[in-house]
Design a protein around this ligand. Structure first.
Ligand SMILES: [Zn+2]
Length: 384
């Protein structure tokens, strides 16, 4: 067992890099790619470590994007194998981050090593954008790095995010976009009082009930060829003092929308506020936008290059998808970059006993290497 991708993934998993503590993962990655001719920049914003690395100085800029941080293990005693032990059993590599996404990061590095050994002067620039805060607040990671790149006048043309995109077998799905996510924190105001004297109080729960019934029944849009319809879910409702004889003074409601490219932030906010006003409610509302939706169309080279790379290695082309939560692609795509996500199976991510198949990780590295060949051919075509 001396496969370089597996060994590097194990080295990374053994570092307990719970967000935002990188634990030397980025130094390990930088140490591997610097000898290949990459210029490395380590940038720390607040408590977050970020790595930017670039190879070459001509042609379109392609970037491998990923993160070294992992979510907490939960109760370590409940794991079959230690969460930071990186043990291999039955052909599976176990550990927090094995699938999300230290395995992919290791595959980036070994794919790069083999590609550059064969092709020392590619027709495109090859970059790395790695953060230690993807799983947390995500304010000083990729978001801040995109601002830094903009200040330096660097723009990314093509990007692969190594998030675990596969559903049932490696490479069956890849992401060509993601839905947006916005949260509304709403407070319906009333007047507290004794339940026996309701005429002296104003119950915000009673006032809100018909509003909420209408809110959850809204059809935001019908979706489109690439996205399912936008949806709203109420995540939290709170009201009441705990006593059975007190009418609550206010009620708080938290709801979240996952929305597609048919609906805008402004349209969502306007529709909710119009409904609040129509129901005559006294309210306060705060909105938190996590990310706007993005979609990478196949009018650029990335979609086709990823499809050919996967089909070339596995024999079948991957299915494009926009399902799932948000990712750091939401910060990269708005700059005009063509962003694709392709990585291992997502079945065990964030769970106890997170793991990845050893063979899948080796194959993923081969797919990434093939992608670099496809992009090199594309860059040569573009250069004429
Ligand atoms: Zn991830």
């Amino acid at each position: 067992m001396t496969d370089p991708t597996i060994e590097l993934a194990r080295d990374l998993i053994r570092r307990p890099s719970v967000t935002p503590d990188d634990q030397g993962c980025q130094a390990l990655i930088g140490g591997r790619i610097a000898p290949l001719g990459f210029a490395i920049e380590s940038l720390r914003f607040a408590e977050v470590d970020n790595l930017w690395a670039v190879h070459g100085d001509r042609g379109p800029l392609f970037v491998f994007a990923g993160h070294t941080d992992v979510v907490p293990t939960g109760e370590a005693a409940r794991w079959t194998y230690p969460p930071f032990g990186a043990e291999i059993h039955g052909g599976r590599l176990y550990g927090r981050g094995a699938a999300d996404m230290k395995g992919s990061v290791a595959a980036f590095v070994t794919a790069t090593e083999r590609f550059l050994a064969r092709q020392p002067e590619p027709a495109f620039r090859l970059g790395y954008l790695i953060t230690s805060d993807e799983e947390g607040p995500a304010q000083h990671g990729t978001k801040r790095m995109m601002q830094w790149l903009r200040e330096k006048g660097i723009s990314i043309d093509w990007c692969l995010v190594g998030e675990p995109s596969s559903r049932n077998r490696l490479g069956d799905e890849f992401k060509i976009g993601r839905r947006g996510s916005i949260t509304g924190n709403l407070v319906i105001e009333g007047r507290q009082g004794h339940v026996a004297y309701p005429h002296l109080a104003d119950n915000p729960v009673h006032r809100a009930a018909p509003f909420l019934a209408e809110l959850v029944a809204i059809e935001w849009d019908e979706g489109n060829a690439h996205f399912p319809p936008s949806t709203l879910q109420i995540a939290n409702i709170q009201a009441g003092t705990g006593a059975n004889n007190v009418i609550p003074g206010e009620m708080s409601v938290q709801f979240n929308l996952r929305f597609n490219t048919e609906t805008s932030v402004e349209a969502i906010q306007a529709r909710v506020e119009e409904l609040l006003k129509r129901h005559g409610l006294a309210y306060r509302i705060d909105w938190h936008l996590s990310g706007v939706p993005f979609l990478t169309r196949d009018d650029g080279p990335m979609v086709g290059a990823v499809e050919r790379a996967v089909e070339g290695v596995l024999g079948t082309a991957p299915t494009p998808s926009t399902a799932g939560g948000t990712s750091d692609g939401r910060f990269i795509a708005p700059t005009g970059a063509q962003v694709i996500e392709l990585g291992p199976l997502n079945a065990t991510i964030h769970q106890i006993d997170e793991h990845v198949a050893v063979e899948d990780l080796k194959t993923l590295s081969t797919i990434y290497e093939r992608l670099l060949d496809e992009l090199d051919a594309e860059a040569r075509r573009l250069a004429g």
